[in-house]
Write a protein that binds this ligand. Structure first.
Ligand code: 5AD
Ligand code: SF4
Length: 475
């Protein structure tokens, strides 16, 4: 490709990217002739549903280039890592993978290594890759994943490493090909970024400010997915309850749910994540009236202590959260509530943890993710005083975990003997006579069946509760 090919590229998106997909596939073919074999790729995804969705888009692009997906990271000619930086252990996990990839058995001199995602939005991470992981060829961030074909073109054409990380998001670019991991369910981005600036959280810095997608575009995507056989959509955003707040003349989240409900073929609707400060009574009403919205709300608590919540900039008190959770319990009694909790936030005391445990005992979550606070560079909490010792945090973490486990064992077990609609997702990993499916309330159930059931909604009687999951049989 010559300079003029870059000059000839359309200026508007997504046309520009389709142009580069064509050009990149020509360059890939040339490379295949040179190396004497068909080229393959592997995408490794760390982190949340947003990253999973981004990886599906990038898998779509790589497939469009004529590359075959392979299961083994080490066997691929193009290896792409989509990184997460929510807590430091996510970063460490990624560096571990990179080390393994470049381990002693590595023979493929022509391999291309690309890294993108949240970690790359941090300057120190990019510097570290440049200084210690020189074999990484392409680096980009969260805002330009749709440009993967263009970046591959640049790399192949110039034979130089490419770094393209944007400080800020530009326009939302959609209509890029995607290859979905599951044919029967799909995430749908309804908004990007976050404006809440919880003091511990790096997301607003690496994912940018909050931007909602146009409702018509979202509905169009849901209709397209339904036509392709998707039965369950998960509406994705860092704070879905503020959907549309910053768009002129936009509908809000409850109205959006009503519109998605009208899409024929979509049988289940999930959403993630709800910020408690923005969860409205209208949403509860919409959920009550709906036959498609799943009976599950993920409602991150973070802490039960009003003092710590204030320091976290969560914009609600313990009392307000409890009031909301109990209202959900009353109005939507079959709905499972799950949460996220952080232990070891700067300045947290045993009393604060007691407040968190009190909350767990009152809300009785069906499930909770419990995290140890991890300081993230550039966030306000990272420079707050009052960090507790490792031993203190471990002890308090265990207390919280025990409360979560006690309550969730009872609460998640309350569905025993019910007949529930289950979407069959996969064959059971341990026993090939069983399939594994998900109920509306997000709990899992294993029951006898074969692969022909995958992607189907079936009625299952819950015959045995095994702590966090069920065994059952089709009725
Ligand atoms: N340390 C620990 N946990 C964190 N989370 C976000 N940032 C941090 C951090 N710095 C947790 C929150 C959030 C979930 C996705 O990750 O509980 O809800
Ligand atoms: Fe992070 Fe808070 Fe935004 Fe969630 S709402 S992504 S915890 S800043």
């Amino acid at each position: 490709m010559t300079e003029s090919v870059f000059e000839l590229a359309p200026k508007t998106e997504p046309e520009r990217q389709y142009y580069f997909m064509e050009n990149a596939s020509v360059l890939i073919k040339k490379r295949e002739e040179k190396v004497g074999h068909h080229l393959s790729f592997h995408v490794t995804t760390f982190g949340c549903q947003m990253n999973a969705k981004d990886s599906e888009k990038m898998t779509g692009i790589l497939t469009k280039l004529g590359l075959d997906e392979v299961a083994e990271e080490t066997a691929a000619d193009i290896v792409l890592f989509n990184t997460c930086t929510i807590r430091d252990n996510a970063n460490q996990k990624f560096y571990g993978h990179l080390g393994t990839l470049n381990g002693k058995n590595h023979k493929n001199k022509n391999r291309i290594v690309a890294v993108c995602g949240c970690m790359m939005q941090e300057k120190t991470c990019v510097e570290k890759l440049k200084s210690s992981y020189g074999f990484v060829n392409i680096i980009f961030g969260t805002h330009n994943i749709y440009k993967l074909a263009e970046l591959i073109c640049l790399y192949l054409e110039k034979n130089e490493n490419v770094i393209d990380v944007w400080d800020k998001p530009a326009d939302i670019v959609e209509d890029i090909p995607a290859v979905r991991k599951y044919p029967f369910k799909s995430g749908v981005n309804i908004m990007y970024g976050c404006n809440n600036y919880c003091t511990y959280c790096i997301v607003p810095y690496v994912r940018g400010n909050e931007r909602s997608r146009d409702a018509k575009e979202i509905i169009r995507e849901c209709e397209k997915l339904a036509a392709e056989g998707v039965k369950e959509v998960m509406l994705l955003g860092q704070n879905v309850n503020s959907y549309g707040n910053r768009l002129r003349n936009s509908i809000g989240f409850p109205e959006l749910l009503r519109e998605v409900e009208k899409v024929n073929g979509i049988e289940r609707i999930r959403f993630m994540t709800s910020h408690p400060k923005d969860l409205s009574d209208e949403l509860i009403e919409v959920m009550k009236a709906s036959s498609k919205i799943c009976k599950h709300i993920h409602l991150p608590l973070q802490s039960g202590s009003t003092r710590i919540l204030k320091a976290m900039n969560r914009c609600y008190t313990g009392e307000q959260y409890l009031d909301l959770a109990l209202r959900i319990r009353k109005e939507l009694p079959d709905t499972a509530i799950t949460t996220d909790i952080i232990v070891g936030f700067p300045g947290e005391t045993e009393e604060d943890v007691n407040d968190t445990i009190d909350m767990i005992r009152q809300v009785k979550y069906e499930g909770a993710f419990t995290f140890i606070y991890s300081p993230r560079t550039g966030t306000p909490a990272a420079s707050m005083p009052g960090r507790q010792s490792k031993e203190w945090i471990k002890r308090e973490f265990d207390r919280v975990l025990k409360a979560v486990q006690d309550e969730s064992r009872l609460m998640a077990g309350r569905f025993l003997d019910n007949v529930e609609k289950v979407l069959v997702e996969e064959m059971n990993e341990q026993d090939d006579k069983l399939v594994t499916g998900r109920m509306s309330n997000n709990l899992m159930v294993h029951f006898p069946g074969d692969s022909s059931l995958i992607g189907k909604l079936v009625d299952v009687k819950l015959t045995e509760y095994r702590g966090f999951y069920y065994m059952g049989r089709i009725v």
